[in-house]
Design a protein around this ligand. Sequence first.
Ligand code: F6R
Ligand code: ZN
Length: 188
Amino acid sequence: MLFPEGVAIDGRTGAVKPETGRYAKRLSELRGLFQDGDALERVVAEKSDPIVYEVVDYRKKESDLCFGTTIMSPGRVGNEYYMTRGHFHLRRECGEAYYTQSGEGVLLLESRTGESRVVEMLPGVCAFIPPEWAHRSINTGADKLVFVWFCATDAGHDYGEILKRGMRKIIIEQDGRRVVADNPNFGR
Ligand code: F6R
Ligand code: ZN
């Protein structure tokens, strides 16, 4: 039987206590995600393969609900900000919530029917991710972006489609400003 407990989440560092698991994604593991492959290799070399994001979870397989944090480093590859891989949920009826704790960023969503949406990630904003929308978070700020996510334990991740064709929109820095642009390589 599971017992109730309080889980301490540090909104600045993303630490979860107690945690049940974690992983880190380094830039070299994200080859193919960014538009500029040469810029990626340069950053990997210059910054010793930096960690782009870490995910820490509180997940009990006997429960239908789980949560955790994602901690995203600030940085860019060429003019594109650091981002997560992005995914649909394998269980199509599963939505999610992303509650931003610190930093600033953008949640980029794309529906199965090809609509794109952007939701600001700012401290205090809890983003609703409906079922059937692929979601990717992007750190557009100068500091860490930390958010708490809540979803079904067995929602699962479907990375295939997004990794293969990309998302229709990209978030880039242009003249010192954050811009939502069409992905010139979408579907290629
Ligand atoms: C879980 C979820 C987040 C992300 C995490 C990393 O459904 O949306 O925990 O898994 O922010 O992003 P991905 O998995 O897209 O690399
Ligand atoms: Zn998700």
